[in-house]
Design a protein around this ligand. Structure first.
Ligand SMILES: Nc1ncnc2c1ncn2[C@@H]1O[C@H](COP(=O)(O)OP(=O)(O)OP(=O)(O)O)[C@@H](O)[C@H]1O
Ligand SMILES: [Mg+2]
Length: 252
């Protein structure tokens, strides 16, 4: 695929702070620039604030500070437009799927945007085919396997044709084959991709740049090649992969 990557920012975050309550400060002084077309990773240990940060990218959560998406500042006025530009795939697919069938789950957002039934049908047909999900269209999402649910949740977001897709833990709880399928799918999407993950090795393998988030703060941003060799920073947040590689080395 032709690389869409360039130096133009599609998302700029300035001095973002967010608390769930007075006592729990979840994000502190976040500054981040995500470039058009890149695969950008936000990686950190459990509880670091990754999902919280992700939900700021399309205004689900609103903290103090400024977030600009494709030249538009996120605020109450721009809310609907921003949600069209940035599609989020949640950590848990059950949070995203609630209709009686897969078809209706995928149709839901398009219907709300006022597309005609014939247009909706065509778009769903295309996305089901592209994602190899056509055989599931009449089933209830709740009867699917976890991996299938994850793919359907991705389809409900992709069908809306966003500029940016942000995926929360796309590899979690999947077998290796499903992980490789998801990686290939993400790599071939012609849009800006933000990956949230605890899995530093998978993130390094797919992302061009990575931000390390720890205790609500960005402690490092850099090219994957640079991050991969910064064992100091990785160990600080419990992400160093060398001890893990030592364990599995004897099987390689
Ligand atoms: N709705 C909420 N109300 C209060 N505190 C919350 C809420 N959601 C998250 N938190 C707290 O905010 C912090 C960051 O949570 P978040 O879910 O963003 O972390 P995470 O990095 O995504 O973790 P994980 O890797 O386990 O998914 C945690 O301490 C969590 O307990
Ligand atoms: Mg999370």
């Amino acid at each position: 695929m032709e690389s869409l990557e360039n130096n133009e920012n599609i998302i700029t975050i300035k001095e973002l702070n967010f608390s769930y309550s007075d006592s729990h400060h979840a994000l502190t002084d976040i500054n981040l620039e995500i470039r058009k077309g890149e695969i950008f990773g936000i990686i950190g240990p459990t509880g670091a604030g990754k999902s919280t940060l992700l939900q700021h990218l399309n205004g689900i959560l609103k903290g103090e500070g400024e977030i600009i998406v494709d030249g538009i500042k996120i605020d109450k006025k721009s809310d609907a437009k921003i949600k069209e530009k940035v599609g989020i795939v949640f950590q848990n697919p059950d949070d995203q799927l609630f209709c009686p069938t897969v078809y209706e789950d995928i149709a839901f957002g398009l219907f709300n945007l006022g597309f005609k039934p014939a247009e909706i049908d065509e778009k769903i047909h295309d996305i089901l085919l592209k994602m190899n999900l056509s055989h599931l269209k009449d089933l209830s999402s709740h009867h699917l396997s976890f991996g299938e649910k994850k793919r359907v949740a991705l389809a409900t977001t992709l069908v809306m044709n966003p500029l940016v897709i942000a995926l929360d833990e796309p590899f979690a709880n999947l077998d290796y084959k499903s992980i490789l399928t998801i990686i290939e799918m993400i790599e071939n999407l012609p849009l800006t991709r933000v990956i949230i993950s605890q899995d530093i090795l998978l993130a390094l393998s797919i992302c061009q740049r990575i931000a390390i988030l720890d205790k609500g703060k960005i402690i490092k941003v850099g090219a994957s090649e640079t991050i991969a060799h910064d064992h100091n920073i990785l160990s600080q947040s419990g992400l160093d992969f060398l001890p893990y590689l030592k364990i599995i080395k004897r099987f390689l």
